[in-house]
Design a binder for this molecule. Structure first.
Ligand SMILES: [Zn+2]
Length: 388
């Protein structure tokens, strides 16, 4: 099989001999579509009138998946150039980063995934953010130097980062990028490092036995940086401070909000008796029902419903953020919840004594009363009934 994507990576259109090997599956000779090997996505494009949606190596052959069947014969194959170049930029950036990481930081690459937006590189050891920033700076130096990416077929003395055993080839392809990297590789590369444009290490994930880097290259790196810059600019406007001050301000705001949430929680807990007194009452058949809507947080809903039920010897219904808690000493709590769900949508369940659920929309006390009483009004309960 002639691997044109190796020997002539700048050929994007050529006549190929197509042989059908299954439903919408064909081989094409010469091989101009890069298959999904070496941790990178396959080329896309067209053969004749059919779109090529995938190219993969199956039993040593490159099998193309088409959008529609093609008969055997000669067709013009066209590779999507932007898709290929995007992959090649990301992959060549990975070579440079892996090479620098290994030679200067003793970080060996154990896995690579080249994505269409960003890529990941796995190292065999823990790495800190400062080291990665140093690697990123050196990688950009390699881009600025615009070094030729050389491809040879002499594998003596170079390492491979991938399992090359599945490739049906009697030659090992070696990719060399100046002093930065030399390794056996089957992927797509740019011809000179300057074509990568930008290399950005955008995140670091600590793994149990190593580090995973998230990398973007070329226009994808620019798009990523633009999004981050826009977000930072927005945050600066909201916080009225510089980018450098943002982490401290955000930390302080989060601490304050945690403190406030605790205080609200404490106050709500201490005010439960008041909420029992101010519950709106309705008569449902022979039983009394006390209702509170959006008075307490979800944490206290069940407790408040039980306190109301206890106080009136009837049923307590507490709604907070569409969550419903019903506690009852008279009517069937699960039946009441079902009635509410029938009217407002939602889910949940329980027993005759206690039921919990969620409604699909926000409700008012009046709406709940209407469901249970066919529109008869509410009856104020207790002494402290000035609320509402
Ligand atoms: Zn490569």
């Amino acid at each position: 099989m002639k691997r044109l994507y190796w020997t002539n990576p700048d050929v994007y259109e050529i006549e190929v001999e197509v042989k059908s090997v299954g439903d919408c599956k064909v081989t094409a000779d010469p091989a101009v579509f890069h298959p999904d090997e070496g941790g990178q996505p396959a080329d896309t494009g067209t053969i004749g009138r059919a779109d090529v949606t995938n190219a993969e190596i199956v039993d040593g052959r490159i099998i193309h998946t088409l959008s529609e069947p093609l008969g055997d014969g000669q067709y013009v194959a066209t590779v999507d150039k932007q898709h290929r170049l995007n992959t090649a930029r990301q992959h060549t950036a990975q070579h440079i980063i892996s090479g620098i990481a290994e030679s200067q930081f003793d970080l060996k690459t154990t896995g690579v995934h080249i994505g269409l937006e960003t890529s990941t590189i796995d190292f065999d050891k823990k790495a800190d953010w400062q080291s990665l920033q140093a690697i990123e700076r050196q990688a950009m130096t390699a881009v600025v130097e615009n070094i030729a990416v050389e491809t040879t077929f002499d594998a003596s003395g170079v390492r491979s980062r991938f399992d090359l055993s599945q490739i049906d080839s009697d030659m090992i392809r070696v990719v060399k990028i100046g002093k930065y990297d030399a390794s056996a590789c089957c992927g797509a590369h740019v011809l000179r490092t300057g074509e990568i444009g930008i290399i950005r290490i955008i995140d670091l994930e600590s793994k149990r036995d190593g580090t995973r880097l998230h990398v973007a290259a070329g226009l994808k790196a620019l798009e990523f940086s633009q999004t981050e810059t826009t977000t930072l600019r927005e945050l600066r406007k909201i916080s009225k401070c510089s980018s450098l001050e943002l982490p401290a301000i955000l930390r302080r705001a989060l601490e304050q909000s945690k403190g406030l949430a605790k205080e609200v929680d404490r106050l709500q807990g201490s005010m439960l008796p008041n909420f029992v007194e101010t519950a709106q009452m309705a008569e449902v058949g022979p039983s009394r029902v006390g209702i509170q809507v959006d008075a307490v947080g979800a944490k206290y809903a069940g407790k408040l419903a039980a306190l109301i039920a206890e106080k009136i010897g009837g049923t307590g219904i507490v709604v907070t953020d569409c969550n419903v808690a019903i506690s009852s000493k008279s009517l069937d709590a699960s039946e009441l919840l079902e009635k509410l769900q029938k009217a407002f949508g939602g889910k949940g369940g329980g027993s005759p004594k206690s039921a919990n659920g969620r409604l699909d929309k926000a409700v008012t006390t009046e709406q709940i009363v209407k469901i249970f009483t066919d529109g008869r009004g509410t009856i104020p309960f207790g002494v402290a009934n000035s609320r509402e």
